[in-house]
Design a protein around this ligand. Structure first.
Ligand SMILES: C[S@@+](CC[C@H](N)C(=O)[O-])C[C@H]1O[C@@H](n2cnc3c(N)ncnc32)[C@H](O)[C@@H]1O
Length: 195
């Protein structure tokens, strides 16, 4: 059966698939309409929901990286059903390892950081030289259920993510090469523009 994006959103609730929140989807669509990017990089394909949203709201090409083969296979069928496969290059592997090779000699005008939260800063620093001046980097879930900016007790299993996201926000908010807008909606969204 060909799954529509609405089917995938419904399925994600049942199967706990970590696709982007409805709030982040709205922000993403608004940004895509304003920016009309041509070359997008995504870290964290999952089942191809956000990449489909990005391609259906622009005429861009996307490079997208996913660690999990099964999820990538589902994504391929989703792109096919949307008739957008020809605008996708899907990479299977650990972004922490393959990112440099994937982006080599490429320039992006839009980057969606949505892979491992603890690696956002590392991924940003790897891609930043391949982002056009004026380009956007969108990072989802940066406030991680309010724990990143709050003073609430953080349980052990979330401590590493929260510490890394705090370091990520402190870094991007204090850099001269970036303009940052932090949106509280959803799980927190950082819109980062390279100056
Ligand atoms: C939040 S989900 C991405 C959701 C997707 N962008 C969407 O909204 O439809 C994060 C994805 O990153 C993948 N992931 C986690 N660690 C990774 C890594 N080191 N390299 C590549 N992908 C990774 C996970 O398997 C998961 O599918």
């Amino acid at each position: 059966m060909n799954k529509t994006l609405q089917d995938i959103r419904e399925l994600s609730k049942i199967e706990f698939l970590p696709i982007l929140s409805e709030e982040c989807e709205k922000v993403l669509i608004k940004l895509l309409k304003e920016e009309q990017p041509k070359n997008i990089l995504e870290i964290g394909t999952c089942v191809g929901y956000s990449s489909s949203i990005m391609l259906l709201n622009s005429d861009a090409h996307i490079d997208t990286i996913e660690l999990d083969k099964e999820r990538q296979e589902v994504a391929k069928s989703v792109w096919k059903a949307q008739n957008i496969s020809d605008r996708v290059d899907a990479y299977l592997g650990d972004a922490n390892v393959i990112l440099k090779d994937v982006i080599k000699d490429k320039i992006y005008d839009f980057v969606f950081l949505d892979g491992p939260k603890s690696r956002y800063l590392e991924h940003l620093n790897v891609v930043i030289n391949n982002v056009k001046s004026g380009g956007i980097i969108l990072a989802d879930d940066v406030l991680f259920f309010g724990l990143v900016k709050g003073d609430e007790y953080v349980i052990h299993k979330h401590r590493t993510i929260v510490r890394h996201l705090r370091e990520f926000l402190a870094d991007i908010e204090n850099r001269d090469d970036l303009d940052v807008t932090l949106i509280q909606e959803g799980n927190g969204i950082a819109i980062i523009r390279k100056k």
